[in-house]
Each structure stands twice: as structure tokens, then as C-alpha cells.
Design a protein around this ligand. Structure first.
Ligand code: PLP
Length: 379
């Protein structure tokens, strides 16, 4: 089955009791048993819910994986993955991470004795030297947030396999439509479903897809034991969102490419970070590893003036200023003061994240209106 067909049909059957073509919202906390322990496979809704099951199977199919497990948010999924480890275990993470991922690692799990080493993994050759006997997992994000740097999944996976270490890829920015990390050698794919998968800025959710039965069983155990489960209404909304994922992503890619090309020739813009531009450092790798370049980009204004960047963002009429990404509507953020504010300034500057950087989540509106909005805001 090809992607668009899977998005609409994989894991989804008409409701067995009524024939309803859309998966019903099973808004229930418990299920009636015939006699103690004799039930239809459902006991309590933290443990199993039919709406959630359908979504989990659909997500697994989209990532070409065996098991899908959903959590109440992307960070809920990250939390579950990090709970696979014990004090003293070491995790190597790329140094260009979503701010909340950095925060949960350093401010929560480091307190419980997990060790983290942040390395620039856009250069895959740097991984080998960072591995110690305690290293249990490598965590990457590609394209990265907000500089859209690329990490070579297959090259990193070759090293992790050789050392018997697990590789996790946060695939939120690409979505399964553009990139399938399991096919490139990753062990676990993690998503903030809140973004492109949900696609309509109306739900917060996370997901994990993987092939290994034992790890999947442990993650499902953590899902139930720790309780970070999504509600059935949210599962329904995400199932509905996914049905147009392929169509939305095509338009996100087309619009972002045109916006990037427009910004690149703008006299007031010093740099545009978009993998679809031949000048982008990760362009060749993106062509190899992804099926399109995505809807995310960032750019820097000339002159390095923070108030000027703030004024541009205040002047937008179509782009809305707000955190998050991946919805049908265009959004802009100021990473230094918003999404990445939890990363210390020295760390931010070291990673090339300037105070004048503006990040765009290019939506699926008419691109002429988006370009016109950029033109008036920057002028
Ligand atoms: C938003 C995001 C997360 C966290 O997901 P939530 O659903 O907000 O908890 C993790 N990684 C990336 C790349 C994100 O954009």
C-alpha cells in the first residue's frame, strides 16, 4: 500500500457493531465484564481504548513499524523512552534539540542519575568518540529545530548498531510522509503528534513507533503504569487529521520552498535555513534521506538587531506569532525568547542560535499571501 492509502485506511475497519465508517470515540473509562475476568479484551481505559488502538495501529503503519504507542504529549512519549534506562546509563543526544527535550533530560532525568552528553551529530563521525561503555542510547532530531540542520540517520545507525546501542529519532519535523527512520536503521521513532500528524493545532499528543517486541512491551507497560495516555476524543481528532497528511505535506513543502527562495533574495535577510535550498548545508543529505524538504524554515535579519526582529514578528498579518508548528495555518516564533528560552544563552549562542533568528512554520494558505505578508512585515 502506498502512503496516501495507508494514511486513510491502515489499521482502520468500519465499526463492528454499527458499520460506522469513521472510528467511534469510545468515551468510556471502563468496560462491563460478563463475569470476573471475562471480558472483550478491554478492562480499563488507561490500559486499552478502541479509538486509541486504531490510531496506534495506523501510526505504526505510517512509520513502517510493528508497534505504535500513543502518549498524552510528545514529551510524555519522551518521558516513557527515558524511563527505559537506569541510573548511570548514558545517553548521547544531538546538541540542537527541541528545548523541552533538552529540559526533560537535564532538569528531570539527570536528577535521577541518567547521564547526558550533547554532541554535534550533524557530523556523524563525532559519535564514535563520544561512546563509552555506559552509553545505552543515541537521541537525534532531523531536521533540527530551529536551524534545520540534517543528521545522517543511516550513518548514525551504522555506528549504534556496531556498538549495540539504541537509536531514537524524533521525526516530528519531517513527519512520516517525508522520512521513515526505521527504514534507515533507527530502533525507535518518536513524534510530537501535536504538530504535522494532528495537523490542525487542536490536539496535544505524542507517539512512539518501533519494531522490537520486548521494548514495545516495556513501553506499553510504562504507558499504563505511568498513565500518560491520550483521551479518545484526541485520538479521533488525530485520526481525522492523518487522513489528509500526505496532501497537507505536499502543500507545506511547495509553500516553504517558495517562501525560502523569496527570503533568500531579500536584501534585508542575511541567511535562510531551509533544506530545500541548494545553498543549505544539509541539502544533499536531505535529497537522499527525505522525500521532500518540509514546511519548516528559519531566517536571520541583517544587522543583528533583536528589536528589529521583534518588530517584524509584531507586523505579520497572516503569520501568527505563537509556539508550535505543523498546523494548516502559518506560524512564526522567536526561538531565543520562546521555544528555546529554557536553554541557557551561552549554550544557545554556542549552537549558532542567534537572537535575531525567526522561525516559520509555513502553512497551506495561498503562498502569494504568505510572501506578501513577509514583504510588508520586513519592510
Ligand atoms: C513539540 C515538539 C516536541 C514536544 O512535543 P509536545 O507534544 O509539545 O509535548 C518534541 N520534539 C519536537 C521536535 C517538537 O517540535
Amino acid at each position: 500500500m502506498k502512503f496516501g492509502t495507508k494514511a486513510i485506511h491502515a489499521g482502520i475497519e468500519p465499526d463492528p457493531t454499527t458499520g460506522a465508517i469513521m472510528t467511534p470515540i469510545y468515551q468510556t473509562s471502563t468496560y462491563v465484564q460478563e463475569s470476573p475476568g471475562k471480558h472483550k479484551g478491554y478492562e480499563y481505559a488507561r490500559t486499552q481504548n478502541p479509538t486509541r488502538n486504531v490510531l496506534q495501529n495506523n501510526l505504526a503503519a505510517l512509520e513502517n513499524g510493528k508497534h505504535g504507542i500513543c502518549y498524552s504529549s510528545g514529551l510524555g512519549a519522551t518521558d516513557a523512552i527515558l524511563k527505559l534506562f537506569k541510573p548511570g546509563d548514558e545517553i548521547i543526544a544531538s546538541n540542537d534539540l527541541y528545548g523541552g527535550t533538552y529540559r526533560i533530560m537535564v532538569r528531570v532525568f539527570q536528577e535521577f542519575g541518567l547521564k547526558f552528553n550533547f554532541v554535534d551529530l550533524s557530523d556523524a563521525t563525532k559519535l564514535e568518540a563520544a561512546i563509552t561503555p555506559a552509553t545505552k542510547m543515541v537521541w537525534i532530531e532531523t531536521p533540527t529545530n530551529p536551524l534545520l540542520r540534517l543528521v545522517d540517520i543511516a550513518a548514525i545507525a551504522a555506528v549504534t548498531k556496531q556498538h549495540g546501542i539504541q537509536l531514537v529519532v524524533d521525526n516530528t519535523f519531517a513527519s512520516p510522509y517525508l522520512q521513515n527512520p526505521l527504514d534507515l536503521g533507527a530502533d525507535i521513532v518518536m513524534h510530537s503528534v501535536t504538530k504535522y500528524l494532528g495537523g490542525h493545532s487542536d490536539t496535544v499528543m505524542g507517539a512512539i513507533v518501533l519494531n522490537d517486541d520486548e521494548t514495545a512491551q516495556r513501553l506499553a507497560f510504562i504507558q499504563n503504569a505511568c498513565g500518560a495516555v491520550p483521551g479518545p476524543q484526541d485520538c479521533f481528532l488525530v485520526l481525522r487529521g492523518i487522513k489528509t497528511l500526505h496532501v497537507r505535506m505536499q502543500r507545506h513543502c511547495e509553500n516553504a520552498q517558495k517562501v525560502a527562495e523569496y527570503l533568500q533574495q531579500h536584501p534585508k535577510v542575511s541567511q535562510v535555513h531551509y533544506p530545500g535550498l541548494p545553498s543549505h548545508i544539509g541539502h544533499e543529505l536531505a535529497k537522499k534521506q527525505m522525500r521532500g524538504f518540509g514546511g519548516m524554515l528559519s531566517f536571520e535579519l541583517k544587522g543583528d538587531s533583536m528589536p528589529e526582529a521583534v518588530r517584524v514578528m509584531e507586523s505579520f498579518e497572516v503569520f501568527s506569532l505563537g509556539e508550535s508548528l505543523g498546523g494548516v495555518e502559518s506560524l512564526c516564533t522567536h526561538p531565543a525568547s520562546m521555544t528555546h528560552a529554557s536553554i541557557p544563552k551561552e549554550e544557545r549562542i554556542k549552537n549558532g542560535l542567534k537572537d535575531t533568528l525567526i522561525r516559520l512554520s509555513v502553512g497551506i494558505e495561498d503562498v502569494e499571501d504568505l510572501i506578501q505578508d513577509l514583504e510588508q512585515a520586513i519592510d
